[in-house]
Design a protein around this ligand. Structure first.
Ligand code: ADP
Ligand code: MG
Length: 270
């Protein structure tokens, strides 16, 4: 479990990026974090595996205080990160070497590394590309290789900071499917995104504004208040938006439609 208590973080230039964040993330949960640019999402993400240490307040990973130097190793063994740009994360000239890079640096024996690489590539659906050069891959495929690199580290939690921001729609679908698959396999997933259809796939959504968590709830709860989301400068999932437009034109629809499937089912019955 991850527990964030009254977390405050100020950068060296004095900029207060987090201003009293409280949050608990359960084992096996799929949490999405949304919020406008500059609301503090990336700063929060970097606290989950101690890339940043609180200015005040606490972050605990499985009860371990992330600000204690002695806990650093175990925190990083538990929580992995995947960032926006796979080009910045891919280090090797061959896919399988790239996925092996992290475990090799942990000094894991070669047979075990091979097992991990095989399984990680299978998990992200990239087994057929193991001998490819990453430069030959699409953005979505590259990001899946970066994810395989995180999977090969065997962390129980993976934090994704806008992993689809640089991808085309096809790549976004591939990466979201991979993330859902990891969650289905029991990993704890924290997904920072500005694509609301991705946030709708999570079990819970936390909305950040100005360094705080404004509210958290199920996607259905969070996206049902379309006016508030707009006021915050945020979108809603495509089906929520469409349902809202239809309501304005007098179509009577349930208040909490979230997905295209639900909207289609209701309209079919009319
Ligand atoms: P988000 O990921 O939601 O866009 P960030 O966590 O990146 O937000 O940024 C939160 C705030 O901290 C913003 O005001 C941003 O300008 C500031 N900030 C981010 N990184 C730095 C940094 N390295 N130095 C100073 N200020 C920063
Ligand atoms: Mg960010």
């Amino acid at each position: 479990m991850i527990k964030v208590e009254n977390l405050r973080y100020a950068y060296d230039n004095g900029r207060v990026a987090l201003d009293g964040v409280n949050l608990e993330i359960a084992d096996g949960e799929f949490l999405a974090v949304i919020g406008t640019n500059g609301s503090g999402k990336s700063t929060l993400a970097k606290h989950f595996n101690a890339l940043l240490k609180p200015t005040a307040g606490k972050v605990y990973v499985d009860g371990l205080d992330t600000s204690a130097e002695k806990n650093l190793w175990r925190v990083r063994e538990t929580v992995g990160m995947v960032f926006q740009n796979p080009d910045n994360e891919i280090v090797a000239a061959i896919v399988e070497d790239d996925v092996a890079f992290g475990p090799e640096n942990l000094g894991i024996e070669p047979a075990e590394i091979r097992r991990r690489v095989d399984l990680a590539l299978e998990t992200v659906g990239m087994t057929g590309y193991r001998n490819f050069s990453p430069s030959k891959l699409s953005g979505g495929q590259k990001q899946r290789i970066a994810i395989a690199g995180a999977v090969a580290m065997r962390t129980r939690v993976i934090v994704f900071d806008e992993p689809t921001a640089m991808l085309d729609p096809q790549g976004r679908r591939e990466v979201l499917a991979t993330i859902k698959n990891l969650h289905a396999q029991g990993l704890t997933v924290i997904l920072i995104t500005h694509f609301m259809d991705e946030a709708a796939a999570a079990q819970r959504v936390a909305v950040m504004e100005a360094g705080r968590i404004l509210k958290a709830g199920t996607p259905r709860e969070i996206f049902s208040d379309v006016a508030e989301m707009k006021r915050l400068g945020l979108d809603v999932p495509a089906a929520v938006e469409l349902a809202e437009r239809l309501r304005r034109r007098g179509v009577r629809l349930p208040a909490d439609i979230l997905t295209a499937q639900e909207l289609a089912a209701v309209l079919k019955g009319k």
